[in-house]
Design a protein around this ligand. Structure first.
Ligand code: GDP
Ligand code: MG
Length: 394
């Protein structure tokens, strides 16, 4: 399904003037949910290609050292987590001014491009991005508050997508109210209460909350005809998961306000559960464990939401969301981007912009921000692949 396709309007004016003189309408993509109903598109079960970690100083580490282990309170034990404990004195928030773009993922790709499955040429046909950017695409038909901008460059065939912070998002971030800052801390604090650093270990809430630290899974999937290579931050792995292989062993942790009325639950299902579903479904994370916090900032109850059952909460809700709409819109956007970014040039950026209520529009930029593919990456990719290690065995 390709709304806003190429046929629109072309027929009416073609006879009046030679084709080349026609003013080319600025391409755009509509986002109304009604346009994207229809059957669920093909989505390949995401398989993990590898992983990397970011350490306490936000340095890239090519291993799983930052992976944590799910360790909820023992059976029958009610949680009693003070999410405000340690704030602000044991909080080391990451520097949000640092523009990392795709850099960490590109480093992983550079180091593993020789051994990618899918055969030679697979990467040239793929789209490379963060999972979080795909999440924003999935929720676009239902989003009424926050717009986005995605920068796109084609290089050696591959289409790279990297988010650009909108001026509105930047202004909001810089004027973030103190209460919202504390709420962000509380989300990370919950992870600390629920995770151990070692498979048999126990959570240690006495330490710092350092949001520089991250474990990122790198996955391969495909949406419709679009091969995908993307990475997403994973909260923890469950040592007791029924299927131990990633991403089926991963668990996403979230906090939310305690709810007391059916109206509160309905609103939660319509808004929050959509974001939780999109994020976890893309990566193949089978469940989200929610901690519900009371007005004093304590988590006293937990609830597991299986990703594949989230839609049931809104299936019969006329104001609910629909996974098919999310995935069909994402597929349409990826086709739109693939057809718009024709030139192979890492210094050329097509910037896709969207504000709620409008269509996705495009502008073109060269040799200046928002150019995002770093020189070190472009130069290294332009070199020949290093030869495979020579077998010196007997
Ligand atoms: P998510 O789904 O929004 O959590 O994003 P991803 O899982 O795709 O994460 C991609 C990368 O962006 C990881 O290195 C994260 O640590 C980082 N990241 C995620 N959210 C934020 C954020 O709000 N601000 C900044 N600066 N980085 C973030
Ligand atoms: Mg989380």
């Amino acid at each position: 399904m390709e709304p806003g396709g190429t046929k629109r309007g072309a027929g009416e004016v073609a006879a009046a003037e030679p084709r080349s003189k026609l003013p080319r309408p600025a391409p755009s993509l509509p986002t109304a949910a009604a346009l994207y109903a229809g059957p669920f598109p093909f989505y390949r079960r995401p398989s993990q290609l590898g992983c990397f970690s970011l350490d306490a100083q936000r340095r890239y580490r090519g291993d799983a050292r930052a992976l944590r282990y799910y360790r909820p309170p023992a059976n029958g034990q009610r949680p009693d987590f003070d999410l405000r404990d340690g704030y602000p004195e044991r909080y080391r928030p990451r520097d949000e001014e640092a523009r990392e773009g795709l850099d960490h993922l590109l480093r992983w790709l550079l180091e593993h491009r020789g051994g990618l499955e899918g055969g030679p040429g697979w990467l040239a046909g793929a789209i490379v991005t963060w999972r979080g950017h795909l999440t924003k695409l999935l929720t676009t038909p239902y989003e009424r508050q926050e717009g986005w901008q995605l920068a796109a460059s084609r290089f050696q065939g591959t289409l790279y997508l990297s988010e650009v912070e909108t001026p509105a998002a930047r202004a909001q971030r810089l004027s973030r109210p103190p209460l919202l800052r504390e709420l962000m801390y509380m989300g990370y604090k919950f992870e600390q209460y629920m995770c151990a650093d070692k498979p048999g270990g126990s959570p240690d809430p006495s330490g710092e909350v350092n949001t520089n630290v991250a474990f990122c899974s790198v996955l391969r999937s495909r949406l419709g005809s679009h091969p995908l290579l993307f990475s997403g931050e994973v909260d923890c792995t469950d040592p007791q998961a029924p299927s131990p292989e990633p991403p089926a062993c991963y668990v996403e942790l979230k906090t939310s306000k305690e709810m007391h009325s059916p109206a509160q639950w309905r609103s939660f299902y319509r808004h929050k559960l959509l974001k939780w579903w999109a994020q976890s479904f893309l990566l193949g994370v089978p469940s989200v464990v929610a901690g519900f916090r009371n007005p004093e900032g304590f988590v006293c109850s937990l609830k597991t939401f299986p990703t594949m059952q989230m839609f049931e909460h809104v299936r019969n809700d006329r104001d609910g969301w629909n996974p098919s709409v999310c995935m069909n819109f994402c597929a349409a956007f990826l086709s739109f981007a693939q057809n718009t970014v024709v030139q192979d040039d890492p210094r050329l950026v097509h910037l896709f912009s969207w504000e709620p209520g409008g269509p996705v529009t495009v502008s073109v930029h060269r040799d200046a921000p928002p150019v995002f593919l770093p020189t070190w990456y472009v130069e290294a990719m332009t070199q020949e692949l290093p030869p495979p290690p020579h077998d010196t065995g007997p």
